[in-house]
Design a binder for this molecule. Structure first.
Ligand SMILES: Nc1nc2c(ncn2[C@@H]2O[C@H](COP(=O)(O)OP(=O)(O)O)[C@@H](O)[C@H]2O)c(=O)[nH]1
Ligand SMILES: [Mg+2]
Length: 457
């Protein structure tokens, strides 16, 4: 248990029906009793809401009319004694009540400190604690699903499984190194190699999901590009299902970039509509075109639009050149007008590209586009709802470290190096994975050796 008792307003600032002050720590009950006067003290009970008033203990002045609950640890969010005060949701009642709470033996909590305590008190592991903020921030259902799964410990479970395999190897190695005379199964390089390969595969599988996971958490940057008048702003409006960008038949209508957030099949997307890229003398349009190029460079995915009712122009070809080093979807738009440029001809110029025929007028091809984007992001990963996704850069980094270690160990095994040397790498793989879930590892291995093998020495 932590020594101090912490308190904070747990709800968003502003006006609302109620606002909640949360108190956690050994003195939570005492603090609550100091500031809260229940209407029916005889009915106060653990985990039951009580009605009453917040009173200033010095003056007896009524601060607010509230509902309070006290929850005895350890079955609470922080695993400590916790109290919550439901005030009226305005700035003044919350501020005044919090001031009283802080005068009565609690200190102001740091950001994330309630969750940190849940971790330090062993109720959540580190990766679960990290998921709490992702659950809160999730903007789409899919993002929420992934974060929720991490919070529930599905990701941690996977890490624990891999660590258990590593532990088996380490135990075996230690026994073979330290007690070679005991009557135990000898460790063969062949077995060791198989085990390490299995671990390498499992880590690689997790890393394969990392880019999808990061996009689901942080969003996908998509830029719409093309020469003027091909239908970029119309696409923006279609995807948003509202008239956000100005659409006219006048080329060069969009001079500035417009950004909007939306969800495409559950993937959070930041969509940027750009000024058409072309040579121009117009000062404002020039600046817009420069910004378009920047959006293009920053994009994870580019949607390049062409007008199928016109021949391929020099401007189109210029943009195609830029496209070579980008993930892109190509739209052949205005198919309702009768095609001059066919998909087959375009494909000759862009042999690798996914080309979709669309009409912003009829809505044709838009669903296909959304499916294509989802497919490119997920690479078949998220369609299986129960696959485990790596969403955090910290986890990805540690998994990469673990991968390096296990591959080094594998290489040494293939060369028949001494077990003592291989063990160092297997151990650092185990450590790196342990850091993901925040587990201290000192002493672990030793304890395991003796508990499992009962060597009795
Ligand atoms: N017939 C037809 N007109 C379209 C289509 N898409 C866009 N337009 C029209 O083409 C013009 C330019 O569209 P806009 O979205 O402003 O193009 P942008 O300059 O690339 O942003 C407007 O008059 C649109 O109504 C389409 O698929 N079919
Ligand atoms: Mg436009």
């Amino acid at each position: 248990m932590m020594e101090d008792t912490i308190a904070a307003v747990a709800t968003a600032p502003g006006e609302s029906g109620i606002g909640i002050i949360r108190i956690s720590g050994e003195a939570a009950g005492k603090v609550l009793r100091t500031v809260f006067k229940p209407a029916h003290p005889e009915k106060m009970e653990n985990r039951k809401m009580s009605y009453g008033h917040i009173l200033d203990p010095n003056t007896g002045a009524v601060i607010d009319e509230v509902l309070c609950v006290f929850m005895k640890g350890p079955l609470t969010y922080t695993a400590e004694d916790t109290a919550e005060i439901n005030c009226h949701g305005g700035m003044i009642p919350l501020r005044k009540t919090l001031e009283l709470v802080l005068r009565s033996g609690a200190r102001l909590a740091e950001p994330g400190e309630f969750t940190k305590r849940a971790f330090l008190n062993g109720r959540l592991d580190l990766s679960q604690a990290e998921a709490v903020i992702d659950v809160i921030r999730a903007k789409t259902d899919r993002t929420f699903d992934v974060a929720m799964k991490q919070l529930e410990g599905v990701f941690s479970e996977k890490i624990r499984e891999i660590r258990a395999m590593l532990m088996d190897i380490l135990v075996n190695m230690t026994v073979n190194i330290d007690y070679p005379d005991e009557d135990i199964e000898e460790m063969t390089y062949e077995n060791l190699k198989n085990d390490l390969q299995e671990i390498d595969e499992q880590i690689a599988a997790l890393l394969r999901g990392a880019s999808t996971g990061r996009i689901l958490r942080d969003g996908l940057n998509v830029a719409i590009i093309g020469k003027p008048n091909v239908g970029k702003s119309s696409l923006m409006n279609c995807l948003l299902r509202e008239a956000r960008a100005i659409v006219t038949e006048i080329p060069g209508t969009t001079r500035d970039t417009i950004e909007e957030n939306l969800s495409i099949q559950g993937i959070p997307v930041k969509l940027t509509d750009t000024a058409g890229i072309r040579e121009t003398e117009d000062q404002i349009e020039k600046i817009g075109i420069e910004k378009s190029k920047r959006s293009f460079n920053a994009a994870d995915l580019v949607i390049f639009i062409l007008d199928s009712s016109q021949k391929l122009s020099a401007e189109d070809r210029e943009i195609m050149e830029l496209l070579k080093e980008k993930k892109a979807v190509v739209l052949l738009n205005k198919t309702d007008l009768g095609a001059v440029l066919s998909a087959a001809e375009l494909q000759k110029h862009l042999p690798e590209a996914a080309i979709i025929e669309t009409s912003m007028k009829t809505g044709d091809g838009l669903e296909k586009l959304e499916e294509k984007i989802a497919e490119m992001v997920c690479q078949g990963q998220v369609s299986q709802r129960d696959s485990v996704l790596v969403t955090s850069a910290r986890h990805q980094h540690l998994l990469e470290q673990a991968q390096t270690s296990v591959r080094d160990a594998l290489q040494m095994t293939e060369h028949g190096e001494a077990l003592e040397l291989i063990e160092i790498d297997v151990n650092s793989c185990y450590q790196s994975l342990g850091e993901i879930i925040g587990e201290a590892v000192q002493g672990d291995i030793i304890n395991e050796v003796f508990s499992r093998f009962c060597l009795g020495k």
